[in-house]
Design a protein around this ligand. Sequence first.
Ligand SMILES: Cc1cc2nc3c(=O)[nH]c(=O)nc-3n(C[C@H](O)[C@H](O)[C@H](O)COP(=O)(O)O)c2cc1C
Length: 211
Amino acid sequence: MHKVTDLKVHYYGTPVVLISSRNPDGTANIAPMSSAWWLGQACMLGLGNSSQTAANLLREGGCVLNLAPSTLVDAVDRLAMTTGTPDVPPGKAAQGYRHEPDKFGVAGLTAQPSDLVGAPRIAECPIQLECEVVAAHPFGMPEPRATAFHVLIRRAHVEESLIIPGTAYVDPIGWDPLIMKFCEFFGGGDNVHPSRLAEGWNMPHQLPQPA
Ligand SMILES: Cc1cc2nc3c(=O)[nH]c(=O)nc-3n(C[C@H](O)[C@H](O)[C@H](O)COP(=O)(O)O)c2cc1C
């Protein structure tokens, strides 16, 4: 039996990507996000226009997509509700966001130089994709409040133990992505950590139960 309902949120479960980009002053920014989908060597990224990362991508034309394993959930959660934008936009301030100029420091992550783009890679992420921004499409109704960034993967760095030997494929058994599902965090199918994002969104949720 199905029930007709005005669903508030359509986040059915997608991997968490940590986008590293470069701020106007040359410092590094990190944004956790999960509205990303992949086709061949291209990726589409859905980013709110009020994020510092959207401005950085438009200005710099490059970024690194660092795929977060489920073991990095604590670092990802520490980045939640932070922005690299010095003047926190009112909508974000109302949700409880704060300005954080040192995203690597607050998350306890390590910057690693990239080969092709200005933004650093995140050493703790076993899959790091250096990308070029090739198009930016405003979207949203009634007025566009987000941008779909079309990026091309120019160089992939993958932790050796995750590559199927003798191939250029990731081992799907070894790779355990951190999944954001309805603002909560899952790894290996299990709810792995309480989520600040879910709190900020006032999501009705149950905390992970101790095993
Ligand atoms: C797990 C998680 C997933 C998120 N997914 C997205 C997303 O897909 N798109 C988006 O615009 N913001 C997303 N956010 C919110 C951004 O992280 C937020 O806008 C942040 O301010 C971006 O940082 P910046 O302003 O320094 O770029 C997500 C946050 C978390 C914690």
